[in-house]
Ligand binder design. Structure first.
Ligand code: FAD
Length: 339
């Protein structure tokens, strides 16, 4: 994985390269309400397809069994609204054969955006699909969703009519709907206690949780407490938005002009300040990788991320991270060796 350094872009150690940074939300109240934060990706998907700027947007949404998540093709406002909201579960967003077509757009996790831009390497910017991404703390397991749905709504064979991770408010509740009723738990419990802890190791050593390879990358622009920790109190959604490329800049300004998005420019540092999970992971990544490597675990090679520089920012904490990941790697290797 590599960090793009386009000419003329500003560079933030935690957020990567950007041309502009904004706080924005969908002007349409329904899109804003149903979206994970400001409904920005939903509003853009609806507008891009309905104005014919792109033929389709490939994203992710609920499967027929709505405990599962699948790659979906958005062609209008209705299909955009049907896949509004984040889905905290595995999905092969890029499985569609149309994914590289230049007349389309893709909404995808940062790792997928990075893979897609590698696939499109050598093509002119206009010959690539428009890439929309979002900040990503990592993908929880499918089992975590199944367990939580079962815990809230009852037995395994309960027919789940709908399952939403968040949205319909900001951040909104994890909500399971069955014939018997609607069962919910708040974001702090669903993400913090149930889904987040099941995240795969690969995500814990990801250097790009911020969508560096995308044209536009959206995130939650949380309200925080005095120490900078998100409050997760319900409110009207607001997204931070990083403009990464000239193409992204053109799309954002056209959407603002068309009245599809509302917002104002924002210092990028203010986005980093309300994303402690992202900044912590990047600052501790060199330590984590070193610990795993010393324990004999192969680790991926990353290019262009300022991981060593960030690690020196708090050397004591980096050494703690190295020791922790060394211990975890050793104990998981010895568990695997046991007959
Ligand atoms: C696994 C995961 C982890 C995240 N971690 C963070 C984080 O650490 N910090 C943060 O600020 N934000 C995080 N987000 C993103 C955040 O929840 C919102 O997507 C972001 O704020 C944009 O909000 P929105 O209202 O504009 O998106 P919406 O308007 O709700 O649109 C969401 C779009 O994302 C697509 N989508 C939903 N789930 C997936 C998925 N699993 N894979 C690919 N595409 C998907 C849908 O197709 C839809 O187009 C995460 C999202 C996911 C899926």
């Amino acid at each position: 994985m590599s960090s793009p350094h386009p000419r003329g872009a500003e560079r933030h150690a935690q957020l990567g390269s950007y041309l502009e940074s904004w706080v924005v939300w969908a002007a349409d109240p329904d899109e804003r309400h149903r979206g994970a934060s400001g409904g920005v990706l939903t509003a853009l998907s609806a507008w891009l397809t309905e104005t014919g700027r792109v033929n389709r947007v490939i994203g992710a949404g609920p499967a027929e069994d709505s405990r599962r998540t699948v790659s979906v093709t958005i062609t209008d406002r209705e299909t955009a609204l049907a896949s509004a909201g984040s889905r905290y579960a595995p999905v092969a967003t890029l499985a569609s054969p149309d994914v590289l077509d230049s007349d389309g757009a893709v909404v995808a996790k940062p790792c997928e955006a990075s893979a897609l831009s590698r696939l499109a390497e050598g093509r002119d910017l206009q010959e690539r699909p428009l890439l929309l991404s979002f900040f990503c703390a990592g993908t929880p397991s499918q089992k975590a969703t199944d367990d939580l749905a079962r815990e809230l709504a009852g037995a395994d064979d309960t027919q789940v009519n709908a399952l939403r991770y968040r949205g319909c408010g900001w951040p909104g509740d994890f909500t399971v709907t069955t014939d018997e009723g609607e069962y919910r738990t708040d974001y702090r419990t669903s993400w913090g206690d149930k889904l987040g802890p099941s995240m795969q190791w690969r995500c814990k050593i990801c250097p790009d949780g911020v969508g560096e390879s995308a044209d536009l990358a959206a995130c939650d622009y949380w309200e925080t407490d005095a120490a900078g920790y998100p409050l997760f109190e319900e409110g009207d959604g607001r997204s931070g938005l990083l403009v990464r490329t000239e193409r992204g800049r053109e799309v954002l300004h056209a959407a603002l002009e068309a009245g599809v998005l509302v917002g104002e420019p924002l210092e990028a540092g203010k986005i980093a300040a309300v994303q402690p999970g992202q900044t912590w992971r990047r600052a501790n990544l060199a330590g984590r990788l070193l610990g795993a490597r010393l324990a004999g675990v192969p680790v991926p090679r990353y290019r262009g991320f300022p991981l060593v520089r960030l690690a020196f920012g708090d050397l004591r904490q980096s050494l703690r991270s190295a020791r922790g990941s060394w211990r975890r790697a050793r104990s998981s290797m010895s568990r695997r060796r046991r007959p």
